[in-house]
Write a protein that binds this ligand. Structure first.
Ligand code: ANZ
Length: 946
């Protein structure tokens, strides 16, 4: 019988579906293991061979764990809301729900062909009301919670209201947007609206005034990475910085816990480092400066409190509220012009750009340590959203302050008098390096920092600041709150209506609030988001239902929110929903949650290092505070799969002609390289007829060929993308070689974590391996070869070497070396003509995670009645690996002369006797005396002759 992969794969895919082989339930008798892939956004282009790389890697692990007796959860679903479907809808008028469904069906068809062990019963789609019910629910919980810094957890907002009623904001230690001070009486005498405004300052989901990248032409806020050089990445429209009231999530409240949690999880060091930098913890001090000749005061944040004596000016962020307060009339025109200019720049550009710009405010601030007045400047190198948005500048010791001072001719004053402050003496890290002792006590301040290290000096200064009430010790984080509103259609609607301009939540039991239909997917003429086109988008509080907008009376019927949630909303807790995807009462049932707990192995791309992987950790911690999630960290181990790059092919057109010249002749002409579809190129040889048929303009193309009549294409490794015509569709590979070959080949390409080009040149080898494996079971004439004969020692050794290697490799995600081990073992068994059931049964089990279809088939052939998925992973028996003989190098006077085999248990005396008796020794001993014989067990025998 031939290896007919098409029939075999079809048969087993059907059998698995019919028998629900991959359906999993909570089984208390077995330990659980939860494997998860970052779920895909189903794009219109379908899957290319790069996409399944991570899925195959995790599938192998899932199958391996199941064979080891674990109850494995391996679900799959779709991140189905998103921009491309909406853009497509705008262009074509097709409803995004329809295109999304089509794309999902296509993905599913492709995935099914690869033989994954997904439990499709648990599929989720983030755009389904059944799913986003719980996204909306979590949002409402965040709205109704605040973060208590003492308890270090989210607490119900009612608790805060109670505190305000009793004692106002006194002794409050809660995460907030702004420090507010009020008494109980003040609170109690406020109107409902005023109280709601105050609570907004503490809610974990809150409406906040934030600076956003606003693109008027697109009518939406854009994320930082969607803005390039001040224009939108899509369309190139101008983007401005605008203050807008937007939904935000108070992620910053969790900064310390997000940092601490990293120590408890098994992620790569580089990923942890990226998150640490993103969170950006920084210990420092907030110090108050009085404004000269005024009652005003402002606070700066510094990590170098010890540099107070080197302050020569102050700088405010352009967006700081202080700017208008401190700008003098004389400076107003200049300041306004400056503000107008900086408005156009995004924060990211401001961080990256090191050119110096700024303007003097006209005011002076008084250094509380020296009593000296220094000028207050405004510059966009100070960021509004960090620290207090104001700094004290110490140009002698900070490089940006230094550049600023140089540019504007401001004083540069080192901490030690008489230091050289020229450009050459400035070190970007250390500032001006002065080796003499620090400046001592100065008039007005009795603090001496003489002889202290920088660290000690910082601590001493902070102590002084505290004791003299000049400020406070402060830990700052770079991590910002997440902006959670999008002016888009294809996203989760907010379960929110507005009364007197303040948001209210629709009752929890009315969730989900379904996305309404709209006539157009564009912003409205008045600049409202697309939901502004909906005609039935008002909340009737008397009947608790959605009603027509015309019924809005602002007494019982109110307008609903027009923004939708961003892409990361639906992906922030999907791993919890897989545990219990059809539960209508809760996000996840408590008992079920306690069984699955968290994801043991998460596989996905590094591009999510600071987005999804921060948001979902935050979201999970919030749910943990609520008692919903049972572990604080959602993803225990994380593996980043590398990217599969495309291997592009090129043809060379002679300029201004329709003639194409082959690679090795192209230098004789003036040519332009053009991408050619890799699917009509084989081993870099162009299929000329297919090329002519590819595009109408090439139908009449002419060619300058190599001597052997071939057209050879050039090649390069690039991103796999449609525009480079280097996309390889897995369906084609499955069709030609089968899914088992595709799976093994993707793993054979190299380490999972590494990026590597797709290069089909080796795929035949992998396919041949499976065929050779098959031939251990059936000969060419279809005769079944498997026997019940007992295996030999050599055969057992070969098998157990394989078991040991593959077990170790899988644990390390080193699948490429496993594939080589399989090949070696098959060659060994082939050489020994081994078709013994005892050997092959175990081999099949070990190979099954990699090539499940062919293994199921052969497993069945050998008389097994249950699926190979439920076999037992074989244990490696070390006794089979012990070598029977040992190879010794025989040396004379330290020079290796020949080798001899000895039984592993031979004694040194026996070895010595045999070596000396060997005829080859005679030549080296001849005419000399044996002075000494040294036997190093299992290695060498050295004979010293004189
Ligand atoms: C004086 C000083 C002297 C500073 C010195 C540094 C070196 P990290 O570690 O990032 O927290 N800073 C404070 N707020 C800022 C803002 N909104 N925009 C830009 N820069 C700001 O850095 C904190 C330091 O960055 C602070 O310490 C402050 O400058 C500056 F030799 O104060 B330092």
């Amino acid at each position: 019988m031939e290896y007919n992969f098409r029939e075999i794969e079809k048969k087993w895919q059907k059998r698995w579906a019919d028998n629900k082989t991959y359906q999993v339930t909570e089984d208390e008798t077995k330990p659980k293991f939860y494997v998860l892939n970052m779920f895909p956004y189903p794009s219109g282009a379908g899957l290319h061979v790069g996409h399944p790389l991570g899925y195959i890697a995790s599938d192998i692990y899932a199958r391996y764990k199941r064979l080891q007796g674990f109850n494995v959860l391996n679900p799959m679903g779709y991140d189905a809301y998103g921009l491309p479907a909406e853009q497509y809808a705008i262009q074509t008028g097709q409803h995004p729900a329809i295109t999304t469904k089509e794309n999902i069906d296509r993905y599913r068809g492709q995935l099914d062909k690869i033989g994954f062990s997904f439990d499709w019963n648990r599929e989720i789609r983030t755009c389904e009301p059944e799913y986003y019910h719980w996204t909306q629910w979590a949002f409402q919980k965040m709205f109704n919670s605040y973060y208590c810094n003492d308890a270090k957890q989210a607490r119900p907002i009612e608790e805060l209201i109670e505190v305000f009623q009793k004692q106002g904001s006194k002794d409050l230690n809660a995460a907030c947007s702004e420090e507010l001070h009020f008494t109980a009486e003040e609170w109690n005498s406020k109107t409902e609206k005023e109280q709601q405004e105050i609570l907004m300052n503490y809610r974990i989901a809150y409406l906040g005034e934030t600076m956003v990248n606003w693109c008027p032409q697109l009518g939406t806020v854009l994320a930082n990475d969607e803005v390039v050089d001040g224009v939108s990445e899509r369309g190139g429209f101008p983007v401005v910085q605008k203050k807008m009231r937007q939904w935000c999530l108070r992620v910053s409240a969790y900064a310390q816990r997000l940092l601490d949690g990293l120590d408890t999880i098994d992620w790569t060091d580089s990923l942890k480092e990226t998150q640490k930098n993103w969170i950006g913890r920084s210990e420092g001090a907030e110090i108050q400066f009085k404004v000269k000749d005024s009652d005003l005061e402002f606070t700066i944040f510094t990590t170098r409190a010890d540099t107070m004596f080197g302050v020569t000016f102050m700088v405010l962020a352009p967006e700081s509220e202080l700017v208008s307060q401190l700008t003098t009339d004389a400076q107003k025109a200049e300041v306004d012009a400056y503000l107008e200019r900086t408005k156009k720049r995004t924060e990211r550009e401001r961080i990256a750009d090191r050119s110096v710009t700024g303007v003097f405010s006209g005011s002076y601030a008084v250094n509380p340590f020296t009593g000296e007045a220094v000028p207050v400047w405004i510059s966009d190198y100070v960021l509004a959203g960090y620290g207090t948005g104001a700094i004290m500048a110490v140009p002698a010791h900070d490089s940006r302050d230094y550049a600023f001072a140089k540019h504007f001719g401001l004083e540069i004053r080192p901490l030690v008098e008489g230091c050289d402050v020229s450009e050459e003496s400035f070190d970007a890290k250390e500032g001006v390096v002065c080796n003499s002792p620090r400046k001592g006590a100065v008039p007005y301040c009795d603090l001496s920092l003489n002889g202290l290290t920088i660290k000690e000096a910082i601590e001493a200064t902070k102590k002084y600041v505290r004791e003299h009430n000049l400020g406070r010790v402060k830990v700052n984080f770079r991590l910002r709150d997440a902006i959670f509103s999008r002016q888009r259609y294809w996203g989760e609607p907010f379960p929110v209506y507005y009364k007197e301009g303040m948001p209210y939540m629709i009752p929890e039991n009315c969730l989900p609030l379904e996305l309404p239909e709209v006539a157009k997917f564009l912003p409205t003429e008045t600049g409202e988001p697309p939901l502004g086109h909906a005609v039935k988008w008002a909340w009737d509080t008397a009947n608790n239902r959605v009603v027509e907008n015309e019924k809005i009376d602002n007494k019982t019927v109110y307008p609903l929110e027009l923004n939708t949630m961003p892409g990361f909303a639906g992906s922030s807790a999907y791993y919890l929903r897989y545990m219990d995807p059809r539960n209508h009462q809760a996000l996840v049932d408590k008992k079920t949650d306690e069984y699955w707990r968290n994801v043991d192995l998460y596989v996905g791309g590094t591009e999510h290092a600071t987005g999804h992987l921060i948001y979902s950790r935050f979201w999970n911690k919030f749910l943990y505070d609520l008692g919903v999630s049972v572990t604080e960290e959602p993803f225990q181990k994380l593996v980043n799969q590398g990217m599969i790059q495309g291997r592009s092919n090129f043809v060379y057109r002679i300029k201004d002609t329709n003639t194409f010249v082959s690679l090795n002749l192209k230098d004789k002409y003036d040519t332009t390289p053009l991408h050619v579809d890799v699917n009509i190129v084989s081993n870099d040889v162009l299929d000329i007829e297919a090329f002519k048929a590819w595009r109408p303009e090439y139908a009449t193309a002419e060619f300058v060929l190599e001597d052997d009549g071939k057209y050879i294409c050039g090649w390069a490794v690039e991103k796999m993308s449609k525009s480079m015509f280097n996309v390889v569709n897995p369906d084609m590979i499955v069709e030609k070689y089968g899914a088992d070959t595709l799976r093994m080949y993707e793993m054979f390409l190299g380490p999972v974590e590494q990026s590597k080009p797709w290069d089909t040149n080796g795929i035949d080898g992998v396919h041949r391996f499976i065929k050779k494996f098959w031939s251990l079971f059936y000969d060419r004439n279809g005769n079944y070869l498997v026997t019940d004969e007992p295996p030999t020692k050599e055969e057992l050794k070969s098998l157990h070497k394989l078991i040991k290697k593959v077990t170790g490799d899988i644990e390390q995600f080193s699948y490429n070396t496993s594939i080589s081990a399989f090949m070696i073992c098959v060659n060994e068994l082939f050489g020994m003509k081994c078709s013994k059931k005892e050997i092959l049964n175990q081999f099949v089990v070990v190979l099954a995670p990699f090539a499940p279809h062919v293994c199921e088939e052969l497993w069945e052939t050998m008389g097994n009645t249950e699926s190979v998925c439920d076999a037992e992973w074989p244990a490696c028996k070390e006794e089979y690996l012990v070598e029977d003989t040992v190879n010794y190098t025989v040396s004379f006077n330290g020079k290796a002369r020949f080798n001899m085999e000895f039984p592993a248990d031979a004694t040194p005396d026996a070895i010595q006797a045999d070596v000396l008796a060997d005829e080859r020794s005679a030549k080296w001993i001849e005419g000399k005396n044996i002075a000494k014989v040294i036997v190093v067990p299992k290695k060498i025998v050295n004979i010293v002759v004189k």
